[in-house]
Write a protein that binds this ligand. Structure first.
Ligand code: SF4
Length: 95
């Protein structure tokens, strides 16, 4: 539990060896909101290509989906509140 209102979980971000693929559902979602182009390239506002590269090898054990999720997918998740000192502040709503 955290003291920030609406935030239910603090989820540590970890490094992974291999890029975790963004699921097809998440891809469609990203494309529909204009965060990804047709070629599957991410266009995150204010996030440099270098940062995106780093985010691709980060992951969280998502407490809502009960599985490991690539950080990019987490970053664009509607439950994502913020990331502070290596932890995701997650609203924890059912997805
Ligand atoms: S923000 Fe979304 S993907 Fe990230 S931990 Fe929370 S529910 Fe999971």
């Amino acid at each position: 539990m955290s003291e920030i209102s609406g935030v239910k979980y603090l989820v540590p971000v970890k490094q992974v060896e291999k890029t975790i693929k963004v699921s097809d559902d998440a891809k469609a979602e990203l494309q529909s909101v204009g965060l990804m182009d047709e070629k599957g390239r991410l266009k995150l506002k204010g996030v440099s290509p270098k940062m995106i590269k780093r985010m691709k090898v980060e992951a969280v054990d998502c407490p809502v989906l009960n599985t490991q999720i690539g950080f990019i997918q987490c970053y664009v998740c509607k439950n994502f509140h913020s990331r502070v000192t290596g932890q995701v502040y997650c609203k924890g709503e059912p997805l």
